[in-house]
Each structure stands twice: as structure tokens, then as C-alpha cells.
Design a protein around this ligand. Sequence first.
Ligand code: UDP
Ligand code: MG
Length: 309
Amino acid sequence: MEKLSIIVPCYNEEETVDLFYKEAERVKAQDFQEMEFEYIFVDDGSKDKTLEKIKKLANDNEHVRFISFSRNFGKEAAILAGLDEATGDYITLMDADLQDPPSLLKKMYDMIKQEGYDCIATRRITRKGEPPIRSFFAKCFYKLINHISDVEMIDGARDFRLMTRQMVESITSMREYNRFSKGLFSFVGFKTKWIEYENVERVAGQSKWSFWKLFKYAIEGITAFSTTPLILSSFIGLIFCLVAFLLILFIIVKTLIFGDPTSGWPSMVCIIVFVSGIQLFSLGIIGQYLSKTYLEVKHRPTYIIKEKK
Ligand code: UDP
Ligand code: MG
């Protein structure tokens, strides 16, 4: 019998885990009688009763497993832990809040089986229920990253996807500390089909993403999958050197011809401030890459497990 592993990262999801399990079991009874299910709930250091709820599910049901982190390591770490532990022939990643409808699983599975894909990924076509400003910045981010990175990132892509064991193994073989899954999935290649669905609002609880968290995540994506900003800062530096060289020539010639009355102090200050701004900006870019490298070379674990079944 084939086995499907369902990985569910949970951070403060006490209201939703039971609802999720119920819905997934309903789908199993309806569409997947011939398939064994394995649930892996990853408690990402929740501060509410999520772990208790998950433990109860695991106690009552043979095919439910759980992993509990020693603290909050973030969704990326939870995804990796789940992928590491999964034993199924097919593996799917789903949010606990039912924003990724389990009812789509059958369609996705059939596509893999019949059309020979390695992965069925999902993207939402609308961003309904999301603050407009967030949608705007998300759009800008995808435009930018697709310009400067070789790895394609799809706007509106969700983490919800069904993958074959082979693809999952290639993903877990990449042990980088700064993980940007959307890029990693794209990096490993394999035949991926995108299906679209309307955004669904979460059944209960609140989104864990603040604007600041998303901003940091975007920087993560850029530094992990593009070195264009580094090239850009060298390029800007070069242009400024050229401009400065021309200015120096101009000033020397001007001084020789017209003498040197003390003027132009305000413009001088403007130029100094501007150029130091550019310098700091470039240093900042280099700093971003350096800090990521620093974190990588320390080889710290991406997550630490406290308990599991
Ligand atoms: N999540 C997690 N660790 C975190 C933040 C979120 O495991 O630090 C989980 C969360 O429990 C949920 C999924 O990631 O199952 C998606 O989170 P959320 O619904 O808040 O994100 P959104 O759907 O708004 O993008
Ligand atoms: Mg959600």
C-alpha cells in the first residue's frame, strides 16, 4: 500500500489543529481509501495548548506523529524537520489553518500518478483578505527577485505542495541554515505543475506574519538566491569613481584658469553626504551576505527537537 505523509507546521494553532485533522480524515475516507496516511504535526515552540492537542491526537491515532521543538524556530525549520521525518512515498506540506484545502489532494495525487509529475505546487490567484499594502510589497518583491535571481519564484506560490519521495530527498540533502523554501523547491528542479486556487481565509486564530517578519524573509530570499546586489554595489562604486575623476579634472582646470575663490561649500557637503550614503548602503549589502555566511559556517542545527513520536 502506498503512503502519504502530511506535514503540518503549527505555531500557536490550538484552535485549528483539530479542525484540520477532522477535515483531512474526511478527505481520506472519501478519496483515499487505498492509501495509508501519516500525519506529522510539527509544534514550532507554541506558547498555547497546541502541543497538548497534538499529543492527544497522536495518542488516540496510530498514524499521527508529532515533533516538538525546544523553542520557536520558524516555519522553514518546521518544514525541514517534517521532511526529515516523513516516511511516505508521497509527501505534502500543509498549513494547520485550512488555508490549504485538503480536498485538493486527490486532484494533485492523480496528476502525479497519471501525468508523471514529480511535484504539484499551488499558487493562489487572489490575495483576498490580505491588507492591500502587504499585497503591493509582495508583488514588488516577486518582480525584483525574478529579475535578479536565476531561480524562478512564482508570485502567490504557497508552501502547499505534493511531492514524490525522490524530490523530498533532494531537498533535505540541502542543509543550509538560511532556508528559503520557495527557492529551494525551484532549485532542485524536477517536473512541477502549478495549480491555482482562490485564497481561503484561515478558519480560526491569526496569521503569524507581521510586516517586519515578511520583510526579513524577503531579504533572506534575495541573499539566498541572488548575488546581484553585490554586483550592483560594485557597479555603483565604479560609476562614482568615474564621476569623481571627471570632477577632479574639471576642478583642477577651473582653478588654473579662474583661481580659487572659496565657494561651493554647500554643494560639497551635499556630495559628501550623498557619497557616504552610497558607501554605507553598499557596506550594508555586503554585511547582509557576510552575516548569512557567518551563520552558515557556524553549522548550527536548523531546529532542536525536544519530544517526538
Ligand atoms: N508557522 C510555524 N512557525 C512560525 C510561523 C508559522 O510553524 O513561526 C505555521 C503556522 O502555524 C501555520 C503556517 O506556518 O500552520 C502558516 O502560518 P500563517 O497561517 O500564520 O501564515 P499565512 O497563511 O498568513 O501566510
Ligand atoms: Mg495561514
